[in-house]
Design a protein around this ligand. Structure first.
Ligand code: MBD
Ligand code: FE
Length: 309
């Protein structure tokens, strides 16, 4: 057994200098975290006897990941976004905040600035055929009071699993809307049932997933940000029940309480009443929000969001 280089004074000094621990400038927290990360990386290289060609293939991988704008896709694929959610849940429990609609990850495909309407919106631009979905629900607080004027910011994929903006074949803000709740805290919407998302098969995220023996599929889902003044921002999704990947999500976002019943309606009178000519689906989903609390971490996550040009 060769002795550990990591325990040698030389490498300890190297890591301290690398991380700026030997100077008085910079940011102390960044220094400590970089020191931990670099120490763990060096240890991994040593423990697994990582060869130079293996190491440089990892550098190429990270370069290509960034160039393909897939860093935000690999993060949920590696469970990191879910881990951040679990930590937020834990911090809230500590602050006495429990229950309400469970949070789940935002994912990388939100676009800010979708059209805003009052109480009701149609999300699809009418260019696609698919199963029409009517959704409705109420935003309430933990005491059961309706939250009037809440903004339900909703986004989802089309029937091919693609998101507008990222899929240039779709119209601007297709399947993306912001809906303001009415006096009873209610919202309604009309859209098309989405298909599940799959990582680009030739992409960098899928390349690593292949090495892990994993698929890159998500069950069909609909994303929401729900916000209202003096309430904690809720970031969540619902899953479409019955999807083959419902409990096998590559992004680990499925949670109990986020799989509402899908009611199918094929009654001719009901179809006619909706102005349709084919069976449709309905989902009712209420959002239960917590009042803002100074003792719990902010739920407004600052991360770059593209804005449609
Ligand atoms: C998605 O639609 C998504 O929601 C996540 C988390 C990752 C990739 C695609
Ligand atoms: Fe998504």
């Amino acid at each position: 057994m060769t002795e550990s280089l990591l325990n040698s004074g030389n490498v300890k000094d190297l890591l301290a200098k690398v991380s700026g621990l030997t100077n008085d400038a910079g940011n102390p927290r960044v220094k400590q975290i970089v020191h931990r990360l670099m120490s763990d990386l060096f240890r991994t290289i040593e423990d697994f006897d990582v060869q130079p060609d293996e190491f440089w293939s990892a550098v190429s991988y990270i370069t290509a990941l960034g160039q393909a704008n897939e860093a935000g896709l690999l993060v949920p694929g590696l469970g990191i976004e879910t881990f951040l959610d679990l930590r937020m849940d834990q911090a809230e429990r500590k602050a006495g905040i429990e229950g309400g609609t469970p949070r789940t990850i935002e994912g990388p495909l939100y676009i800010a600035g979708a059209p805003l309407s009052k109480h009701d919106a149609r999300l699809d631009d009418g260019s696609e055929q698919g199963e029409v979905l009517f959704m409705d629900g109420q935003v309430r607080d933990m005491d059961g009071n309706p939250v009037a004027g809440a903004i339900v910011d909703v986004w989802h994929a089309n029937t091919l699993g693609g998101y507008s903006f990222f899929d240039p074949s779709q119209s601007k803000f297709n399947l993306r809307r912001r809906i303001e709740t009415d006096e009873q805290g209610r919202y309604t919407l009309r859209t098309l049932l989405p298909a599940g998302y799959a990582c680009p098969p030739e992409g960098q995220t899928q390349k690593l997933l292949d090495q892990l023996g994993r698929h890159g599929n998500r069950p069909a889902h609909i994303h929401f940000f729900v916000t209202a003044p003096n309430y904690r921002k809720l970031t969540t999704q619902i899953n479409i029940d019955g999807d083959a990947y419902l409990h096998d999500d590559f992004a680990f976002a499925t949670r109990d309480g986020l799989i509402p019943a899908v009611r199918r309606s094929s009654d001719p009178a009901a179809i006619h009443a909706r102005g349709l000519n084919a069976p449709f689906a309905e989902i009712t989903f209420d959002f239960i929000m917590h009042r803002e609390a100074a003792t719990a971490p902010n739920t407004v996550v600052t991360r770059p969001h593209a804005e449609a040009a």
